[in-house]
Design a protein around this ligand. Structure first.
Ligand code: HEC
Length: 103
């Protein structure tokens, strides 16, 4: 019984550790609160012409943020996003994507 408990515990730790290396949800939430929420709303729910971000795939979110950061326009209001994505580091993008997809 004891080894079964330890077995589950180590699986949990492994899963938790691997998700942490691909993006820190808590750090993403903090970064989101700096300015992203002004346009994308509380918890990434979106509003008016600002797209909803909550629950989207990590890979999708990273791809969009890297595209905007590179200065590429992909929609009618991309200029607003390019300005906001330019200062983001790879780590911040990974954290933001982890946070938003977890919602
Ligand atoms: C000034 C308002 C504004 C701010 C601040 C802002 N965004 Fe955006 N965001 C937009 C608009 C407008 C779009 C749609 C742009 C377009 O037409 O291409 C967008 C698009 C996006 C998309 C693509 C969504 C999709 O499904 O295509 C992501 C991801 C995103 N924003 C994340 C963020 C993050 C993360 C932050 C904070 C670092 C942020 N945004 C800050 C206005 C903003």
């Amino acid at each position: 019984m004891k080894s079964l408990v330890f077995g589950f515990l180590s699986i949990f730790i492994t899963v938790y550790a691997s998700s942490a290396t691909s993006g820190d949800i808590a750090a993403g939430e903090t970064r989101y609160g700096v300015n992203c929420f002004i346009c994308h709303g509380q918890a990434g729910k979106g509003m008016a012409s600002y797209p909803k971000l909550a629950g989207k795939e990590v890979a999708y979110l990273i791809d969009k943020l890297e595209t905007y950061r590179a200065g590429t326009r992909i929609g009618p209001n991309s200029d607003l996003m390019i300005m906001n994505a330019e200062p983001l580091s790879d780590e911040e993008i990974a954290n933001l994507a982890a946070y938003l997809s977890s919602l």
